[in-house]
Design a binder for this molecule. Structure first.
Ligand SMILES: [Zn+2]
Length: 196
């Protein structure tokens, strides 16, 4: 049986961007920290897997359904921001300036990986748009090949419904990942969005 320290190092080393060296440093950090930290960390890891579910309206991951963004009466229901992943939504929320609603696709179109429209939450998006409340859809997928293709595809479905489809400006570096963009850049990308 492997000792607990090696097990922890091996598990941490499976995280993206974490090699054996960093994993060892993190494991010793956890070992030195107060017991309460280790317990909270372990509980948080289990909780994200056991307690979070996709929101039945926007598909963001949430404990309460509908999620806080869908149930907040102060948010603008005429404005909908479409993102690829929950972490993109979180990056936009961190800017603190967007006050509309969201829709999470859970991916982008990627024919080479077998990801077509049916693999994304596009049908529920069209059902939401059909209810008539939404006036503008901001397509905030990352400005790279797949993100652009997904935005164009969606614009082709949205515009015939008489709803405005806009694309965030590529203030986010071309080919960049939305979730890593800083707040100022992301803000600018939203403000200078253009019609598709
Ligand atoms: Zn929601």
């Amino acid at each position: 049986v492997a000792d607990p320290l090696s097990v922890l190092v091996q598990l941490l080393a499976k995280l993206p961007g974490v090699g054996e060296k960093t994993a060892t440093r993190l494991a010793f950090h956890i070992l030195k920290a107060p017991p309460s930290y280790a317990q909270e960390l372990a509980r948080a890891v289990v909780d994200v897997k056991e307690r979070l579910r996709p929101c039945s309206v926007c598909f963001h991951l949430t404990e309460q359904d509908p999620c806080a963004f869908c149930s907040d009466p102060r948010r603008d229901s005429a404005l909908l921001c479409v993102v690829a992943l929950p972490q993109d939504l979180m990056a936009i929320e961190r800017t603190g300036s967007y006050r509309g609603r969201y829709h999470v696709l859970h991916g982008v179109l990627s024919p080479l990986d077998g990801i077509g429209p049916d693999e994304l939450r596009i049908q529920p998006l069209l059902e939401r748009l059909g209810r008539g409340e939404i006036k503008e859809v901001i397509l905030a997928t990352s400005p790279n090949v797949e993100g652009d293709a997904t935005a164009l595809y969606l614009a082709g479905l949205i515009k015939p419904l008489g709803i405005r489809a806009t694309r965030i400006a590529s203030g986010v570096p071309i080919g960049g990942e939305l979730e890593y963009a800083d707040g100022v850049t992301l803000n600018r990308a939203f403000e200078s969005r253009r019609d598709l």
